[in-house]
Design a protein around this ligand. Structure first.
Ligand SMILES: Cc1ncc(COP(=O)(O)O)c(C=O)c1O
Length: 459
């Protein structure tokens, strides 16, 4: 089929995630055709370095035959097995065991979902059930962070703190509360790590006191806030927040949908901080995007309360595709790749990426460079001293994405003017250098933009 007829069919029938329906009808789309390693090819034959690993998920890179084989073999043998009625399949069981073995502390129990949104949604249900089970049903208030992203389910979208996910959808609900992000570059207390940690701790305590500790069920945080603009907390921040939660009998949920599976270096970013949350949610890198799969990792002490509380009763939470054998077989094959050298390669490439991006700090538009491992961002400003964001007229999200694309690079172009990077862990150092070089070209072209130029001279 010709690409242009695909464009027309798409316009008429396919609703795209996080899109302007009208904008998409007018703008059309680019059809991606194939990929290998860290390089995508579109339907016009353009080759693109994927600096964003699909949607920060193809951590292993494209085209691994071992993963394709694992999926094909499982499809031939047993394409589906329900987990209902006390049945199961070998890949789901093995994957649960392997995740539990590698996860920090007593995160020994795994519930599989189809992705990150339903993993977050499942934690909300489990946490409510947990508090009912221990006779505290009034403990039903949830706290998360500004700029946080916890997916797009009806309940999870209210933990998410990005306005576009709220407007028109009737969320957040009254039981969903926010405290400020650590956002180091723009934190009102300044950049000092200790001051930022102290401010976040104080705000969490104050919020809990306002709601009443006996009412607060859980606090959610991403080890690095991804969709909010790749906001990296100061070292020790997650640990300090986890400590407050423990003290106040609040469950701590680390949403590692982006950060797990080598994105920041180790398999779980919580290892960077040596913390053991009560829940970890994962998805994306779990299968490297080769098949849909997410998971909730649940601490043993939570599991035991739920199990005891329910007794013989069924715990009414289940999906047809929980523990899908093909997705689980894919995840096991991907885990072998991570542990067979990809995590190591990702660490080396991540150092190169951070060094390269820091090398862009001299560019007149670059106000901030931040990241850890293979998860990074640069934030563009028109005045470095005043940290003035790009003007709205510069349409950062669209123009920067398009410019990068024309330069053979895919990045995440945030509306705020930040540019996000999450390359596959398989990248060679040369590919990383090339991504940085292409980014500099994008910055130069943006500097030539009349809107941006006018904002810089104050004209
Ligand atoms: C931290 C976090 N949680 C949850 C989600 C939702 O995951 P999914 O898109 O797989 O539903 C995302 C997606 O980007 C995420 O970044």
């Amino acid at each position: 089929m010709l690409a242009n007829s695909l464009v027309e069919l798409d316009r008429q029938h396919l609703i795209h995630p996080l899109s302007s329906f009208r904008g998409h009808e007018q703008g059309g789309l680019r059809v991606l055709r194939s990929a290998k390693g860290a390089t995508l090819t579109d339907s016009e034959g353009n080759q693109l370095l994927d600096g964003f690993a699909g949607l920060w998920c193809v951590n292993a890179g494209y085209g691994h035959e071992s993963v394709v084989e694992a999926a094909a073999e499982q499809m031939r043998r047993l394409p589906y097995a329900t987990g209902y009625f006390d049945m199961g399949s070998e890949p789901a069981i093995r994957l649960a065991a392997e995740l539990a073995e590698r996860a920090p502390g007593d995160l020994d129990h795994v519930y599989f979902t189809l992705g990150g949104s339903d993993a977050v949604d499942s934690t909300i249900r489990f946490i409510r059930y947990y508090n009912h089970a221990r006779g505290m049903p009034q403990k039903d208030q949830f706290i998360s962070l500004s700029q946080g992203f916890h997916g797009s389910s009806t309940a999870g979208a209210g933990l998410t703190a990005l306005p576009g996910f709220h407007a028109g959808f009737g969320v957040p609900f009254g039981w969903q509360h926010k405290i400020s992000s650590h956002y180091v570059y723009r934190n009102p207390v300044g950049p000092d790590p200790e001051a930022i940690i102290a401010a976040s701790v104080a705000e969490l305590r104050a919020k809990v006191e306002e709601l009443g500790a006996e009412r607060v069920a859980a606090f959610y945080a991403e080890p690095i806030q991804g969709s909010g603009g790749v906001l990296v907390p100061p070292p020790g921040w997650m640990k300090a927040m986890a400590k407050v939660c423990r003290e106040m009998d609040i469950l701590f949920v680390a949403d590692e949908v982006i950060t797990a599976f080598g994105r920041t270096g180790p398999l779980f970013a919580c290892e960077d901080e040596d913390i053991v949350p009560d829940f970890i949610t994962v998805a994306k890198g779990l299968t490297s995007g080769y098949a849909p799969l997410g998971a909730v990792l649940m601490a043993d002490h939570v599991y035991q309360v739920i199990a005891e509380g329910a007794g013989e009763a069924l715990i009414g939470h289940g999906y047809t595709y929980s523990g899908h054998p093909v997705s689980a077989a894919v995840a096991l094959a991907v885990l072998r790749l991570y542990e067979g050298g990809l995590l190591e390669n990702g660490r080396r490439a991540g150092e190169r990426l951070m060094a390269g991006l820091h090398g862009l700090a001299d560019h007149p538009l670059v106000g901030d460079v931040r990241g850890r491992g293979m998860l990074a961002a640069i934030e563009l400003v028109t005045d470095k001293g005043a940290k003035t964001p790009l003007p709205a007229a510069a349409e950062a999200s669209r123009r920067i994405f398009d410019r990068a694309y024309r330069n053979g690079l895919i990045v995440r172009a945030f509306g705020s003017g930040a540019i996000g990077f999450a390359p596959p862990l398989c990248c060679t150092l040369d590919e990383i250098d090339e991504m940085v070089a292409r980014t500099r070209r994008v910055l130069d072209e943006t500097l030539d933009d009349p809107d941006v130029g006018a904002a810089m001279t104050g004209a």
